[in-house]
Design a protein around this ligand. Structure first.
Ligand code: FAD
Length: 438
C-alpha cells in the first residue's frame, strides 16, 4: 500500500511521486480500512490519519461525537509512520524560547501537557495489547563543545521548573566520546514504533465508534448551511466541523495557512541488525539535526543531516535524496564509528514547521467550524497527540486550556490570517544559527 502516493487528491505534483516505505511501515502488517463511498453525515470529519487526526478522532468518538476520519493514503502514511520514533516531552523550542513567545506559565503548561500525554500514550498501547509500540526508555541529548552551554542551561532551567532530567556525560556512547563531551538524560521520554503506535490509536478510535476510511483523499472543503462538506473521489461527508490534520500538507486544503505552516523533509536510514548497537537510547545531537536510536532487532535507525542540503529540504516530496543519505552514512561511519554496516532501509517523510515553531491548533479566524492542528516543527509525536486531543476537547465543549496560545488566531492581523515571513525568518535564524558561519 505504501509507496502508492499521491498522498492526497489536492493538486498532485511531481512531489507526490511514490516514496519508499519507512522501516516501521515496511515491518508492520496492517489490514486497513475501506475507502469512503457515498454520502454521509457526521458531527466532525477529521482529514488526515497521522497521530494528530487519530488522537482527535479517538477522543471525539470516546466523548460521544459522530466522527469520520479520512486519509488520502493510509493510517500513518505520512510523517507519523516515517519518523525517528522519539516520543519526547516538550516542544520544538527550548523552554526559554517558548516562554519568550507565549509566557512562562503557558510554556510550562505545554510541556506538562506533553508529559501527561506520554502517560496516556503508554496506557493506550498497553490497553490495545501492543505495549511494545511505546516504551519508556528515556532519551539522551549529547553535545559537542559548541552546544555544551545550551545543554547545561536547558537542563538547569528544566530542573528549576520541576522537570526530571540531569546531566549525564557518562552516558555518551563510547565511540562518540572524542567529539561529544556532554550529555543530558530525560528519563520520562519514550521510544515509539511510530506506525504501530498510530495504528493502535486508529484502532482505538474505530472501536470507540469513529468511521475510518483510507484511500479517501479530501479534494475540497466546502462551507454550506449544514456545516462543511468534504469531497473525496467516491464519496462525501457533511459535518458541523472539519478538522484538517495534514501537517505540512495542511495549506493545500487551507490556503490561509500558506506562509504560516510550511513543509520540511526529514530523511532516515536503518542499518542491518548489528552485533553491537553502540547507541542504547534514543539520542539526538548536533543542535537537533541528528537523531539515532536502536530498533528492537538491533538495527541503528538514524535521521536528520538536512543541514547537508538545507534549501532542498523545504519540500513535501517524501522521497530520500542522495545528498542527505550520503551525509547520514558519513555520520554513521565517522561519528558513530560503524564503518561497513550495511544499510537496509532508506526513507523520508515531510513534516510541518510553523512560522514561530510552536504548534498551530484551533479554529481558523473567520471560518467557523474549520479547525487545524499542525506545525509541530520537528517534534510532533507527542505534541500531535496533545493537539489532536485539545481540538477534540474544544469541539466536545470541554475546557481546553492551551487552546488560546496555540490558536491560528495568533497570526491574524485585523481578524484575518497573514503570512508571517518575519517570524519565520527569526525562528529560522535562531534554529540555524549554529550552522551558519560565525
Ligand atoms: C524523518 C522524520 C523524523 C521525525 N522524527 C520525529 C521524532 O523522532 N519525534 C517526534 O516527535 N517527531 C518527529 N518527526 C515529526 C513528526 O513525525 C510529525 O510532527 C508528526 O508525525 C505529524 O503528525 P500529523 O498527524 O500531524 O501529520 P502526518 O503524520 O503527516 O499525517 C498527515 C496525514 O494526512 C494525510 N493527508 C494529507 N493530505 C490529505 C488529504 N487531502 N486528504 C486526506 N488525507 C490527507 C496523509 O496521508 C497523512 O497520513 C519526524 C518527522 C520526520 C519526517
Amino acid at each position: 500500500m505504501q509507496g502508492r502516493c499521491p498522498q492526497d487528491g489536492t493538486r498532485p505534483t511531481a512531489r507526490d511521486a511514490p516514496a519508499p516505505p519507512s522501516l516501521w511501515q515496511a515491518e508492520h502488517r496492517w489490514a486497513g480500512f475501506p475507502p469512503l463511498e457515498g454520502r454521509h453525515t457526521a458531527d466532525v470529519v477529521v482529514v488526515g490519519a497521522g497521530v494528530t487526526g487519530c488522537a482527535c478522532a479517538r477522543r471525539l468518538a470516546a466523548g460521544g461525537a459522530g466522527v469520520v476520519l479520512l486519509d488520502g493514503a493510509e493510517v500513518a502514511a505520512g510523517a507519523s509512520g516515517r519518523n525517528g520514533g522519539f516520543a519526547s516531552a516538550g516542544t520544538g523550542l527550548g523552554l526559554a524560547d517558548a516562554a519568550a513567545l507565549i509566557g512562562m506559565p503557558a510554556a510550562l503548561a505545554l510541556i506538562r501537557a506533553t508529559v501527561a500525554a506520554l502517560g496516556e500514550m503508554l496506557a493506550l498501547a498497553a490497553a490495545r495489547g501492543d505495549p511494545g509500540a511505546v516504551q519508556r526508555t528515556g532519551s539522551l541529548w549529547i553535545a559537542a563543545a559548541d552546544e555544551a552551554d545550551d545543554l547545561r542551561a536547558a537542563v538547569a532551567r528544566l530542573r528549576a521548573a520541576g522537570f526530571t532530567c540531569r546531566e549525564a556525560p557518562e552516558l555518551v556512547p563510547g565511540p562518540m566520546r572524542p567529539r561529544y563531551t556532554h550529555a543530558a538524560v530525560f528519563p520520562g521520554d519514550c521510544r515509539l514504533d511510530p506506525a504501530r503506535f498510530v495504528r493502535a490509536v486508529a484502532g482505538a478510535a474505530a472501536d470507540a465508534g469513529a468511521r475510518v476510511h483510507e484511500r479517501s483523499p479530501a479534494e475540497a472543503l466546502e462551507p454550506g448551511p449544514g456545516g462543511w462538506r468534504v469531497r473525496t473521489p467516491a464519496g462525501d461527508v457533511t459535518a458541523r466541523a472539519v478538522v484538517v490534520a495534514c501537517d505540512g500538507r495542511t495549506p493545500r486544503l487551507v490556503p490561509e495557512l500558506e506562509g504560516i505552516v510550511y513543509p520540511v523533509r526529514g530523511q532516515m536510514l536503518a542499518t542491518e541488525p548489528l552485533a553491537d548497537t553502540v547507541i542504547d537510547l534514543p539520542t539526538h545531537s548536533d543542535h537537533g539535526f541528528v537523531y539515532a536510536r536502536p530498533t528492537p532487532d538491533g538495527r541503528l535507525a538514524i535521521g536528520g543531516c538536512r543541514s547537508a542540503d538545507l534549501e532542498a529540504e523545504y519540500t513535501d516530496d517524501q522521497r530520500p535524496t542522495a545528498r542527505v543519505q550520503a551525509a547520514l552514512e558519513r555520520f554513521v561511519r565517522d561519528r558513530i564509528g560503524l564503518a561497513g554496516a550495511r544499510i537496509d532501509h532508506r526513507w523520508a517523510g515531510t513534516m510541518g514547521f510553523s512560522a514561530d515553531l510552536l504548534p498551530v491548533a484551533g479554529e481558523l479566524p473567520g471560518r467557523p467550524g474549520l479547525h487545524v492542528a499542525c506545525g509541530y516543527s520537528g517534534v510532533g509525536n507527542v505534541q500531535g497527540f496533545v493537539c489532536g486531543g485539545l481540538l477534540a476537547d474544544g469541539l466536545l465543549g470541554r475546557p481546553a486550556p492551551l487552546a488560546e496560545v496555540l490558536s491560528p488566531g495568533r497570526f491574524a492581523v485585523d481578524g484575518r490570517l497573514r503570512p508571517a515571513p518575519e517570524l519565520r525568518e527569526q525562528a529560522e535564524s535562531r534554529r540555524l544559527r549554529p550552522l551558519l558561519p560565525a
